[in-house]
Write a protein that binds this ligand. Sequence first.
Ligand code: G3P
Ligand code: CA
Length: 283
Amino acid sequence: MMNRFLFIFFIIVFFMFVFSVPAFASEQSVTFSKKDQQKMINVAHRGASGHAPENTMAAFQKAVEMKADYFEIDVQMTKDGELVIIHDTTVNRTTNGTGAVGDLTFEEIRSLDAGSWFDEKYAGEKIPTFEEVLDAFRGKIGILVELKSPELYPGIEEKIATVLKERNMDRPNNKKIIIQSFNHDSVQQSKTLLPNLPHGVLAGPSWRNVTDEQLKEFATYADYFNPNMNIVTTELVNRVHATGMLIMPYTSRSQKQADRLFHLGVDGIVTDYPEHVYKHPVK
Ligand code: G3P
Ligand code: CA
């Protein structure tokens, strides 16, 4: 009698186990299965700039650690022709120095502290060069390269192309480098120099009423239309996709903003906080 009781008990436990695994799996699938997930391209803006001083090696390293797909950088040029990574056209806000990037030599730029303004623990961070960033991070993460105010730096497109070519980083299907700018002439010029690399057109709020004709024209040389997040609507996303381009708006700084962009159907999100942009459930 006891043996029969034990046998029935084990049968019940066995079936409970067998049926509980798929039940668990199907519960997980509601929010985590690949089928129900959309991969969002996660771009750490100026590196993981919510956590470390923007456009420094510390911010780029943080983006790698946070498993972003890309980090974004702003490239400008010193008085003596060195390609450096800094957002503003002066060093005033993000270093302990003053002056325009284009009026300072590389030696002067290099002597500045680009970390203390953010937090004392980053004292001694330097303004990196484009070459240093490529050499330190190629193969580890994608790099979204913004030509920042290229009209101030004649020849910067050629310099960038040369540096990438020296490293064989201009090859077809190199999905790990994307070049973009608000200066669309500069994007076109860069596309001519680096035809195998994807390029992006940046669009500020004044492009809110961008027409289909303008989008089609961008698509003749660009692979991405990357607008200010405040002008993004589902309709815009659909119109961009209709041209064959992808759309990666900037710059999300909260979970709410990232979630909104996700639900509008964008392909990637440029954010100061990569932790806001992992996988999202399908709407
Ligand atoms: O990636 C786009 C974004 O970086 C453009 O804005 O001003 O941060 O360079 P900004
Ligand atoms: Ca930028």
